[in-house]
Write a protein that binds this ligand. Structure first.
Ligand code: KIV
Ligand code: ZN
Length: 538
């Protein structure tokens, strides 16, 4: 166990090792399959994030998995790489071979320990399971110095048998003991007691490290993992965004932020770099095509957004009134306040000023009335809409580019065709562009892009339905990259394609505003395509 001393308080701070299994257990999430390229990208990001151990796959399960583990073992040198295997020789051989080039490695063997698994799945007696475990640990230890042994379904196995199996594998040289709550069934106090008892009573327990691995079927994975570390576990097995079988695994970002936020009470720390949390979460969500729920702790889009007027007022006076973590510390773009029908004058003025506009008191009153009319009819008022309201109120062009009209023709057989008329706020000119695409969005963005006076890369799109029935409209969130930075635009419309077009435009306008303010781009000229004289008509 690595105990570090906290100099200020002279209280010992326990280091909790983070074992990330996003690429193995996480990938077992239905529909979560990753290709080799995705796995490598995520592994490199996990290294940046500061995990201590990673499990890149299940080498015996397929040649692709073997190759992923092999390549990640070569590439990721600062993290301990874990080769996962059933307690079977063929699995062990594959895991050992796949990880042989890792700078630091361990072998991870598992076998079921609950009667229900033994009787119906393994069809083996407890004695047979102990024998298999003993002989495979002894076989595996020839190849590695660090061997983790997991008792699958430990929390439903009964303490007596857990104790026997743990003692048996320690005697054969296992160095890390993992007691998973495989089915997410345990209660925190029960699970904590299991760790306390096994650590106190099992022969050899003082020579090994203990690990926890919890599933989230009852929403208790983080609480159970915490109970285990409070009772002596020094390693927690987690996944980014909590992805995994069924309801998933203990979420890395939640566990790391519990330990970080409550470190004074817990006297624990991890090596996780909070500033990499958001990027890691987005990367896994995109690669697995698994959206993050709006209210997911830490990384959900509502996790740091405040709509209530009372909360907005408190936040503007002191962030700590309604926030216990600083989103910017986790690399989360700050959109602290969501404007909607509950927002007050104070919050609206604050946002308008943040966006770089000045309104006097009379204009503010007019804007407030317009804002409330708009907000009453919809869920939130986006920055883009607010800017347009400011423009109407002060009667000036507030946007660098605006969308005058779009038309999209879709087809099941042929390329999709779109045209868009874009107004250049600086020149006052309208120009219409056309493009084709494999899908309507590609065609649509292909047109609008031509009207923007700087290179913009369309990075990501999130679409959400905002109503039911045939008239279902949508909310779009578009991420673009321009001038080496990332910008996110939101928009809502009864027509989802129009919502995408406005969201894209909002993100481009943010980029233009920022680049202009920082003197990195001068507006006024014709767009790139206008300069090339490829304008179709005005
Ligand atoms: O959930 C589980 O029990 C596991 C082990 C095999 C580590 O994933
Ligand atoms: Zn698991």
């Amino acid at each position: 166990m690595n105990i570090e001393t906290n100099i200020d308080t002279k209280i010992e701070t326990k280091k909790i090792h983070i074992f990330d299994t996003t690429l193995r257990d996480g990938e077992q999430a239905p529909g979560g399959t990753l290709n080799l390229e995705d796995k490598i990208r995520i592994a490199l990001q996990l290294e940046k994030l500061g995990v201590d151990v990673m499990e890149p796959g299940f080498p015996v399960s397929s040649p692709g998995e073997f190759e992923a583990v092999r390549q990640i073992s070569r590439l990721v040198q600062s993290v301990e790489i874990c080769g996962f295997a059933r307690a079977i020789k063929g699995d062990i051989d594959a895991a050992v071979q796949a990880t042989q080039d890792a700078a630091k490695r361990r072998l991870h063997l598992f076998i079921s320990s609950s009667d229900i698994h033994l009787d119906f799945q393994l069809r083996k007696s407890r004695e047979q399971v102990i024998e298999m475990a003993r002989s495979m640990v002894s076989y595996g230890r020839q190849f590695v110095d660090r061997l983790e042994f997991s008792l699958m379904d430990a929390s439903r196995s009964g303490e007596e048998f857990v104790m026997q199996l743990v003692e048996a594998v320690i005697a054969e040289g296992a160095t890390i003991i993992n007691m998973p709550d495989t089915m997410g069934y345990a209660l925190p106090h029960e699970y904590g007691q299991l760790f306390a008892r096994v650590r106190q009573q099992a022969r050899g327990a003082d020579k090994v490290e203990f690990s926890t691995h919890c599933h989230n079927d009852l929403g208790l994975a983080v609480a159970n993992s915490l109970a285990a570390v409070q009772n002596g576990a020094t390693q927690v097995e987690v996944t980014i965004n909590g992805v995994g079988e069924r309801a998933g695994n203990c979420s890395l970002e939640e566990l790391a932020m519990v330990i970080d936020t409550r470190k004074a009470s817990l006297n624990m720390e991890t090596g996780i770099r909070p500033e990499e949390i958001y990027a890691s979460s987005r990367m896994v969500s995109r690669a697995m095509h698994m959206p993050i729920s709006f209210n997911k702790p830490v990384v959900g889009r509502n996790a740091f957004q405040h709509e209530s007027g009372i909360h907005q007022d408190g936040l503007l006076k002191n962030r700590n009134t309604y926030e216990i973590m600083d989103p910017e510390q986790m690399g989360i773009p700050r959109k602290m306040i969501i404007l909607g029908k509950h927002s007050g004058r104070h919050a609206i003025r604050h946002r308008v000023e943040q966006l770089g506009f000045k309104v006097d008191d009379a204009q503010m009153e007019e804007l407030y009335v317009r804002f409330k009319e708009k907000a009453d009819g919809q869920k939130i008022v986006t920055d883009d809409e607010l800017i347009r309201l400011v423009g109407t109120t002060v009667n000036v062009a507030t946007e660098t580019y605006s969308l005058v009209d779009v038309q999209v023709v879709t087809s099941s057989e042929r390329s999709r065709v779109a045209s868009a008329t874009v107004k250049n706020g600086a020149t006052g000119a309208n120009a219409t562009y056309s493009a084709i695409g494999r899908g309507p969005i590609e065609a649509l963005i292909g047109c609008i892009k031509q009207g923007i006076g700087f290179p913009v890369e369309f990075v990501d799109l999130e679409l959400h339905s905002i109503s039911t029935g045939e008239a279902a409209g949508g909310e779009a969130e578009v991420t673009v990259e321009a001038f080496g930075r990332s910008y996110v635009g939101n928009a809502m419309d009864e027509d989802i394609l129009i919502a995408v077009a406005h969201a894209y435009m909002a993100a481009c306008n943010q980029a233009a505003r920022e680049a202009k303010a920082e003197g990195r781009w001068a507006e006024g000229g014709a767009s790139a395509i206008e300069k090339a004289d490829r304008r179709m008509w005005t």
